[in-house]
Design a protein around this ligand. Sequence first.
Ligand SMILES: [Zn+2]
Length: 199
Amino acid sequence: MAQISESVTRVIEQLSRLPGIGRKSAERLTYHLLRVPKAEALALADAIRAVRENVRYCRICYNLAEGEECTICLDARRDRTQLCIVEQPRDLIALEQAGVYRGLYHVLLGRIAPLEGIGPDQLTLEALVERVRGGEFREVIMATNPTVEGDGTALHISNLLAEYPIQITRLARGITAGSVLEFANKEILADALSGRQKL
Ligand SMILES: [Zn+2]
């Protein structure tokens, strides 16, 4: 049996650990990387190294940041009376691309999912309560996904924040139940935001 080089096997193994990449795709990608100009393949390696070395979670909102705080938290033009709660940084990006929200965010880094053993303690809720307690927020907008788990998470958070003098709203159901924010188009997200309702 023909032996594949050890380096090639290593790349195939690493790539096949990525979500959605099976063994066959990993092989295809690896041979692709061997065919393209060396600089192109190394640019990918450099980009992976740079993202892991430079990017971390913002210490305030848990968005992705290069440095202690993210560009949104650092932006003095953002409305500091509105706080939008999302599950993941990619949901924040989807809302930012819709271009209709000018407030701040809080990223939960997940949602409460009892069936997967994910409880409230695994989210960034402690930091959220601290922010609401110490901040000047007038409105908290729940933009967790319109799924059973996203709804449950929104409800849990609205209970946590009930004692504070803020209005709690939920994105309108422009987004079909079960679909996720990151895949919704700009118009739908803009409608969902402008049509938000008291929770
Ligand atoms: Zn931030």
